[in-house]
Design a protein around this ligand. Structure first.
Ligand SMILES: [Zn+2]
Length: 327
């Protein structure tokens, strides 16, 4: 007996046709590799909860960046781990800071990459919060004006050191506007801002805290990160960031928030980035290490789902390994 033919079965008739009608294909140009730049020399610290990912001193980071470039990767997102943390996060503002120093070297050694830089304070402050803290009525709170002032300084110093795109991750009210204003004032108006517009208070960030060493010493960041139960808020935050001068809006994490990626994509005419975070990476790695999942297939499926949901840019720790499979 013959199978009944339907339009769908005709469209799936052979592999060339299936490839032609496929709507979503992840390519290496969609992907951004995060890098953790550690102070010092000849340091390559594996991150136990993120197999295959390292904190690297600038010398190793340069080698790694060259390898990424060889694989066809064209963009990285830099996070800094400074030698010294203090109340203000001074390293983040200094021309001799870890990110500024790394940028100058990386731009010289691997000029073909686009360097995005994380703009925030939590990796640089002794208390681990995303700005300047003050005591009011016996409680430590964020000094908003002082934080915006430092955010401007940090942004300018990154751009002066060679940053191609700023990625403010703190979700500080008015932060994108402050950075955009500072860029305009210093004739850096051409520099794009990728804002962490919909950054959820997520348990999927766990392994990142190992990687960047940034758990707050007191309190938490839930006051400025979004409640996983909310989605309207993501639209509001994104529209505010776009009005303030963001060029790209980001959703973080990705997998548990595919609906948010999709909503931002349909609501706004700007590119949407998705951050496929540390916990999402570690889950696959852990299952694959047990032989419970086909690692490669699951990674490609994951990246495809994030793109299908509407992400134009995917920041993922899988970038380096996926690049060779996607060629
Ligand atoms: Zn932060």
């Amino acid at each position: 007996m013959l199978f009944p033919t339907t339009r769908l079965s005709r469209l799936r008739a052979n592999k060339n046709l299936r490839a032609m009608v496929r709507q979503t294909t992840v390519t290496v140009s969609d992907l951004v590799m995060p890098m953790f730049i550690h102070h010092g020399h000849d340091i390559k610290n594996p991150i136990p909860s993120m197999p295959g990912i390292y904190q690297m001193s600038i010398d190793h980071a340069c080698d790694h960046a060259a390898e990424l470039y060889e694989k066809g990767i064209r963009s990285v997102l830099l996070f800094g781990i400074p030698a010294k943390k203090d109340e203000l996060g001074s390293d983040s503002l200094s021309d001799e800071g870890i990110i500024q120093t790394a940028l100058r070297r990386l731009k010289k050694e691997v000029p073909g990459l686009t360097y995005m830089t994380d703009v925030c304070f939590c990796e640089y402050t002794s208390h681990g919060h995303c700005g300047v803290m003050v005591k009011r009525d016996g409680q430590m709170i964020l000094d908003h004006d002082a934080t915006l002032g430092n955010l401007r300084r940090q942004a300018i110093s990154h751009v002066q050191a060679g940053s191609d795109m700023l990625a403010p991750s703190g979700m500080i009210d008015g932060g994108v506007g402050a950075i955009r204003e500072a860029l305009e004032a210093e004739s850096f108006g051409h520099v794009p801002i990728m804002s962490y517009s919909a950054k959820y208070a997520s348990a999927f960030y766990g392994p990142f805290r190992d990687a960047a060493g940034g758990a707050p010493a007191f309190g938490d960041r839930r006051s400025h990160q979004m409640d996983p139960g909310n989605s309207d808020e993501a639209v509001l935050e994104a529209s505010q960031d776009i009005a303030e001068g963001a060029d790209i809006v980001m959703v973080k994490p990705a997998l548990a928030y595919l609906d948010i990626i999709s909503r931002l994509k349909t609501n706004f005419d700007v590119p949407v980035a998705a951050y496929n975070v540390s916990g999402e990476y570690s889950m696959i790695k852990a299952a694959a290490a047990h032989g419970w999942l086909d690692e490669r297939a699951v990674i490609i499926e994951t990246l495809t789902a994030i793109k299908r949901a509407g992400a134009d840019i995917i920041i993922s720790y899988h970038t380096a390994e996926a690049a060779s499979w996607l060629k």
